[in-house]
Ligand binder design. Structure first.
Ligand SMILES: Cc1ncc(COP(=O)(O)O)c(C=O)c1O
Length: 367
């Protein structure tokens, strides 16, 4: 969609990357690290001071202690963190439970790791799951469940009771929870993020994947991390070493500075995105697209069933070619394309002026 947007000069509300600058202090820290000749390989599982900064972050935000020597692996973004974790823990014939709609990488990650996917639906409008359906997805072959909260594409923030139910199934079926918490600080309307790894008994059976990409608006830096118990970390580090060696050294140094940012940085980030969410939702609803209001992350799922397109892909093509806005067809997030045919995902991690251009273009939306 980003390529198609380029071809038609469309406003890109498809791929989730900011079109505004990264924080000034962060850019300076990266430049200073390069100037200071921090340009060679770091320790493969992450520069010591960056792993210390990650440990300090979890102590500060969640009152959890992680051992930087045995439980933290720095990797090239959450993307690498997820596949490295899966390749490390999954064997041929295992099964992995994934909620749908899903972030697109989890299915290929699972398949590359040799496992079969079991899908469980998150149902609109609240994107809740049916507990019986989830329980039925677990069996003796289940190695893991992937939990992405705050969630892309739905904006759902899993609440504590839901996470406790998932944790209970992990205990019962001796399975792992692999969590993608990349939007942990992008929360609205009082939503609270709970890492499943912080729940009682989950420390031994959780792998937490996170990254700098979204929190610090540096999706191109490719710096992330994985928290896991020492035995799993040992395997994850081996996989990581062979697939990427390590994340960019100077950017890890900038990460030391980023993770220590004051609380108001995170409060402002969420407040800024809340305003942008409201702007985009108002623009979409003004032209008859009913929105599912996200409680976290920076995407809006819009229901296109009231229009006459009858097909999300046709709608998005029209949107790009005739209206000049790119979005992602809902079917990209479902195992059966038909299930996503009523949905289109728009992102709002953009400057207000970009969102305003989109608002004006949307006024020309006709079916
Ligand atoms: C849920 C989710 N996980 C992971 C990623 C990619 O993360 P990274 O840039 O750290 O590889 C994205 C990017 O959009 C995402 O939405």
């Amino acid at each position: 969609m980003t390529r198609l947007a380029g071809r038609y000069g469309a406003t890109n509300l498809a791929q989730g990357f900011p079109d505004f600058p990264a924080p000034e202090a962060l850019k300076r820290a990266a430049a200073e690290a390069i100037d200071a000749d921090i340009n060679q390989y770091s320790i493969t599982w992450g520069a010591k001071n960056f792993r210390d900064a990650i440990a300090a972050k979890y102590a500060r935000h969640y009152a959890m202690d992680f051992d930087p020597e045995r439980e933290i692996t720095v990797c090239c973004g959450a993307t690498e963190g997820m596949i490295a974790a899966m390749l490390a823990v999954i064997d041929d014939g295992d099964e992995v439970v994934i909620f749908e709609p899903f972030y697109e990488n989890y299915n290929p990650d699972t398949q590359l790791s040799g496992a079969k996917v079991r899908y469980v639906s998150l149902r609109a409008p609240d994107w809740t799951f049916d507990r019986d359906e989830l329980r039925r997805a677990f069996n003796h072959r289940t190695k893991a469940i992937v939990v992405n909260t705050p969630n892309n594409p739905t904006g759902k923030v899993f609440n504590r009771e839901e996470l406790e139910f998932i944790a209970g199934l992990c205990h019962e079926f001796d399975a792992l929870a692999i969590t993608d918490e990349i939007y942990e600080h992008i929360l609205y309307d009082g939503a609270v993020h709970t890492p499943i790894i912080s729940l009682p008994g989950m420390r031994e059976r959780s792998i937490l994947v996170n990254s700098m990409s979204k929190t610090y608006s540096v999706t191109g830096w490719r710096v992330g991390w994985v928290l896991a118990p020492p035995d799993l970390t040992e395997s994850i580090r081996k996989v990581h070493d062979f697939i990427t060696v390590g994340a960019a050294s100077p950017l890890q140094q900038a990460g030391v500075m980023a993770l220590a940012m004051a609380d108001d940085y995170y409060a402002n980030l969420a407040a800024e995105y809340a305003g942008k969410r409201d702007h985009l939702v108002a623009s979409l609803e003004a032209v008859g697209l009913r929105c599912s209001i996200p409680r976290g992350a920076y995407y809006v799922m819009a229901d296109i069933s009231s229009l006459k397109f009858n097909d999300d892909v046709k709608f998005v093509k029209h949107l790009i070619e005739k209206v000049g806005i790119a979005a992602v067809p809902g079917s990209s997030f479902f195992s059966h394309p038909r299930d996503g045919a009523d949905w289109v995902r728009f992102c709002f991690c953009k400057k207000y002026e970009t969102l305003e251009v989109a608002r004006q273009k949307l006024l020309f939306l006709t079916d």
